[in-house]
Design a protein around this ligand. Sequence first.
Ligand code: SF4
Length: 499
Amino acid sequence: MTILLSTLNARYTHASLGLRYLLANMGPLAPETRIQEFVIGAKTADVVERLLLHSPQIVGFGVYIWNVEETTKVVAMLKRVAPEVIVVLGGPEVSFETNEQAIARLADYVVTGWGDVTFPKLCAEILDGPKPLMKIHAGVQPPMAEIALPYALYSDEDIAHRTLYVEASRGCPFKCEFCLSSLDKTAWPFPLDAFLAQLESLHARGARLFKFVDRTFNLNVKTSQRIMQFFLDKLAANPEDPVYAHFELVPDHLPEPLKQTIAQFPPGALQFEIGIQSFNPEVQALVSRKQNNEKAMENIRWLCEHSQAHLHVDLIAGLPGEDIASFARGFDRLVSLGAHEIQFGILKRLRGTPIIRHTEPYAMVYDPAPPYTVLATGLIDFPAMQRLVRFARYWDLVANSGRFANTVRELLGVRPFENFMAFSDWIYTKTDATHRIALEKLAKLVVEWLQVTGMERDRAAALVASDYAGSVDGAGKSKEKDKTSVVAAPARQVRHLAA
Ligand code: SF4
């Protein structure tokens, strides 16, 4: 075999869509090309050994923010033990500031941007000549209809055990400066009928969990409706074997026809990820994020009240111009809307993103190592940022996990940010840890904290125990709330919907 496509996924359950696109578009080289995926945390020598078992002439690596450090070690070792193997890099992490990166210096070639056409062409030149002269090759973006869709390359094992990533479009027309998609300037849809035919065959092969990676799924309402109708038809035809679909939405665009479609989904069939990022209009303007806050709030409220979708809403702390008080106001607003999960992220300076223009004026200090998280800003110093980082971690463990749904309402009270920050500071002093806190220990700590805030011990214990009683075991089977319903949703989402 001649060409190996490889990457280190963040988890086993994440099947790489990028590698499957490359393989689907290899043309005459496809029979000589294979995929070999790893999971971060694997030993470098083991990865290199397994790559070399295939005796490849070319290894193409998908490089992302989460795997660049480990992939750098893999490439360094690979080039030491087998310098004759040609290494080609691709992926968002090496598509910008390429020359500044150690991994790019170790590699033979780098394809920036889209690799669907350029990677196979480069491989053909490497193998058959003339030898490519340039090291860095800007990916050519073909018409969408010319890109072969990769979904048939999901194996039966992928379908049975891994998240199936799908995309009906690439790109985003918005320009939020912290986001790599802001460089796209537009979105490009794949031909819809061909895409739906692929979904159909995945479903026929047993796929039930679909994660759409489209950056703005609700841009074109007619397209969104047709895709959602595909899932509604499957749900209607086979309610005992339901599907589950995840979409990313822009929050201020939910026209009536789309609402009507969304309202038809039963519980446990739909998840929306909705980016708010900041509710502060000055911060939004600074980072070129166009968002109608009133409309966004109205839509989230509508989704909470009139749909059965699981809602995961994103906020970013550490944006230029945002202090803690402003972030706290946004957080409290989001809590009041009632979304199931608030993803509290800390700003990252992704390579290539225009947010770099604010570094000096807003005294932004970023970690130089991936994932390039902001460490301090002119308005949030390092110790305060550390408190926010811990808040985010405990929020995930206690609130987003869905394991303490009733307790969290009590814990947040009428000042959610302030109260949860007090809890976060307290639990950190008790544990000196933000990871590896066993669930039982966490529950005891929550009971203890409720007493610190003045709740009587028996009531605190009963409250936390009531959350356990309503919890679920494994995906799809609620113990308490509804013993008969079957849903395809992951366990965490089921816990939220059951709360
Ligand atoms: S944050 Fe969302 S809306 Fe903004 S550019 Fe990125 S993908 Fe588009």
